[in-house]
Design a binder for this molecule. Structure first.
Ligand SMILES: [Zn+2]
Length: 127
């Protein structure tokens, strides 16, 4: 029969697992919130880019460096979004399908929804 001490140890283990899960949920929420903010910035930058192109076309004065600046800003933000998604996947121990965006077990080789080969982690070679 399990001793009271065993029982306490088991309860402690369960509590630690629960705490870790709570931390994961909090971390995922933070990442999702920051993704929302980044998405807003992406939209604003697209708007500025579109507005600038419109004004340049109207006036005939093209300001390439300004457009380059906005394009670089969008690229930077999209990269941040990818990194946030990667972190969320890591926390939840999943891998996102590059084809249909469905989440699969981290160790899966093919997507369970569309059957596409799932991209492996950086550094791993594709067979
Ligand atoms: Zn898929």
């Amino acid at each position: 029969m399990a001793s009271f001490e065993d029982f306490l140890n088991k309860a402690k283990d369960l509590a630690e697992v629960a705490t870790q899960k709570t931390n994961d949920v909090v971390e995922t929420s933070k990442l999702k919130y920051s993704k929302m903010q980044i998405n807003t910035q992406v939209k604003q930058t697209y708007e500025r880019l579109g507005n600038s192109v419109y004004l340049m076309k109207k006036s005939g004065n093209f300001n390439e460096p300004l457009l380059d600046k906005y394009v670089a800003e969008v690229d930077r933000l999209l990269d941040q979004l990818r990194k946030a998604d990667q972190k969320i996947d890591d926390i939840n121990k999943v891998i996102t399908c590059p084809n249909c965006s469905s989440r699969n077990d981290r160790d899966a080789v093919f997507c369970s929804k569309c059957g596409s080969r799932l991209r492996r982690q950086e550094g791993e070679t594709q067979e």
